[in-house]
Write a protein that binds this ligand. Structure first.
Ligand code: KIV
Length: 274
């Protein structure tokens, strides 16, 4: 029997030096395929706002939207651990909001843990969610919900002072009880230092090769995108281009009358009378 990935599995993977392979997913079918491929961790990320719903950034994403996509992903019953992303303003205003919303992701969406952006300042929030028996993944560095605070999508932790702050944020999240931390958009040297300084796994995205695992946005790595991709994305297929070509062939077939032919049509069995 295939064993479900849990928080303990993820922690053990760091101990045993096994890399954690993670991707985002937002729907049932992709999750089934990810499961067959053997992914360890699936994040229903607020990136869905941009790559599924067409928002300009992740800020408009609601708890309801995350739950809607979490439901589709959890119906696929993957072996991988399902992490639900806490969207902007679902945990910033109060601890009570945070616990209630994290609970909704688990209870209504089927998340097995939640992720939230932020460091030391969010320790009371992380602790309260864990108190409610919900495992938490931290998220540090170029955290997209702080887009306006950063003044754009800028690599974080490049100078000594901000690097030290990120290191102490990571230690604070570990102490608060997070079972993993996503490190996004930071220099690889800092990611290496953080990874070596905490006992919980780091999962990198734009954080170089020395993290305990890696995560990418599924549509980026499949080559389904419109805007230029960041440097850290490795594109494993050009599915967007291949989909466009398939749609063009279909349109051409329909317009020229090549589709449907008899092999794609039902018969009454009375062909001779037609
Ligand atoms: O929302 C998301 O997809 C994420 C990943 C980029 C880590 O937070």
């Amino acid at each position: 029997m295939i064993k479900k990935v849990t928080k303990n599995t993820i922690l053990k993977m760091k101990e045993q030096g096994e890399q954690i392979a993670a991707l985002t997913s937002y729907d049932y079918l992709s999750t089934r395929i990810l499961d067959k491929a053997g992914i360890d961790l699936i994040l229903v990320g607020d990136s869905l706002g941009m790559v599924v719903l067409g928002y300009e950034n992740t800020l408009p994403v609601t708890v309801e939207e995350i739950i809607h996509h979490l439901k589709a992903v959890s119906r696929a019953k993957p072996r991988a651990m399902i992490v639900g992303d806490m969207p902007f303003m679902s945990y910033q205003a109060s601890i009570e909001d945070a616990v209630r919303n994290a609970g909704r992701l688990v209870k209504e969406g089927g998340a097995e843990s939640v992720k939230l952006e932020g460091g030391e300042r969010y320790v009371p929030v992380v602790e309260a969610i864990i108190q409610a028996s919900i495992p938490v993944v931290g998220h540090l560095g170029l955290t997209p919900q702080s887009l306006y605070h950063f003044g754009g999508y800028k690599v974080q932790g490049k100078d000594e002072e901000s690097a030290e702050r990120l290191l102490s944020d990571a230690k604070a999240l570990e102490k608060a009880g997070c079972f993993a931390i996503v490190l996004e958009g930071i220099p690889w040297q800092l990611a290496k230092r953080i990874t070596g300084s905490v006992s919980i796994p780091t999962i990198g995205i734009g954080a170089g090769p020395h993290c305990d695992g890696q995560i990418l946005v599924i549509t980026d790595m499949l080559g389904i995108y419109e805007n230029p991709l960041p440097k850290f994305v490795k594109v494993y297929d050009e599915l967007g281009e291949r989909m466009k070509k398939a749609f063009e062939r279909y349109i051409d077939d329909v317009k020229s009358g090549r589709f449907p032919d008899m092999s794609h049509s039902y018969s009454s069995g009375n062909e001779k009378k037609e």
